[in-house]
Write a protein that binds this ligand. Structure first.
Ligand code: GAR
Length: 188
C-alpha cells in the first residue's frame, strides 16, 4: 500500500475527494499525514475528523526554506511517504523536498496550464474573459506551476458565470480528476 502525504493550505475539498476515493477502494493507497502551513486552514478539521494526523508548520518561523523543508522531510521520512500530493498548497516547493521526492510530487492547479499560473488562477481567467479554462495535474519542479503535465480537463465559461460559479465548476472537475490521476500514479 503506497503512502501519501497531502499538503494543503486551505479548505481541503481536494483532500476530502482523495480521502473519499481511497475509502471507496478506488485508490490503492493511504493518506498517512496532512502537512499544513496555515494554522486556521479548513483541511485541519477535515483530516482530524477522519483520524488522519495533521502536522502544521509556520514557515516564517524558519530562517530559510531549506530549514523549513528539512523538518517537513523528517515528517515524511518518519511516515515512509511514497508520494507528495499538493492539494491547494500555496507555496513553492524547494530543493530539499524536490531532491528527496524527484518525480514523486504532484500538484493540481485550477487552470489549463501554462495559462494562468500562480495565485488566483480562476480570477485571472475571469478577468481575461476566456471562454474555456480548466484544471491541470502536473509533476512539480522548481518553477511556479511549470512541471510536466500529467492530465488536463477543460470547463466552459458561460455568459453570466460569476467567479464563484467558475470556481464551483473547477472544483467539481478537480474532485473527479485528481483521484483518477493519483489512482494511476500509485499503481505504477
Ligand atoms: C484548488 O482549486 C486548487 O486547484 C488550488 O487551490 C484550490 C484548493 O481548494 N491550487 C492552486 O491554486 C495552486 N496553485 P481546496 O483547499 O478546497 O482543495
Amino acid at each position: 500500500m503506497k503512502k501519501l502525504a497531502v499538503f494543503a493550505s486551505g479548505n481541503g475539498s481536494n483532500f476530502q475527494a482523495i480521502f473519499d476515493s481511497i475509502k471507496l477502494g478506488e485508490i490503492q493507497a493511504e493518506i498517512s499525514v496532512v502537512i499544513c502551513d496555515k494554522t486556521n486552514a479548513g483541511v485541519i478539521e477535515r483530516a482530524k475528523s477522519v483520524n488522519i494526523p495533521v502536522v502544521c508548520f509556520v514557515p516564517k518561523e524558519y530562517t530559510t526554506k531549506a530549514d523549513f523543508e528539512k523538518e517537513v522531510l523528517t515528517v515524511l521520512q518518519n511516515h515512509k511517504i511514497d508520494y507528495v500530493i499538493l492539494a491547494g498548497y500555496m507555496r513553492l516547493i524547494g530543493e530539499t523536498l524536490l531532491g528527496a521526492y524527484e518525480n514523486r510530487i504532484v500538484n493540481i492547479h485550477p487552470s489549463l496550464l501554462p495559462a494562468f499560473p500562480g495565485k488566483d488562477a480562476v480570477g485571472q481567467a475571469f478577468q481575461a474573459g476566456v471562454k474555456v479554462t480548466g484544471v491541470t495535474v502536473h509533476f512539480v519542479d522548481a518553477g511556479m506551476d511549470t512541471g510536466p503535465i500529467i492530465a488536463q480537463k477543460a470547463i466552459e465559461i458561460e455568459a453570466g458565470d460569476t467567479i464563484e460559479a467558475i470556481a464551483d465548476k473547477i472544483h467539481k472537475v478537480e474532485h473527479m480528476l485528481y483521484p483518477k490521476v493519483i489512482k494511476k500514479l500509485v499503481s505504477k
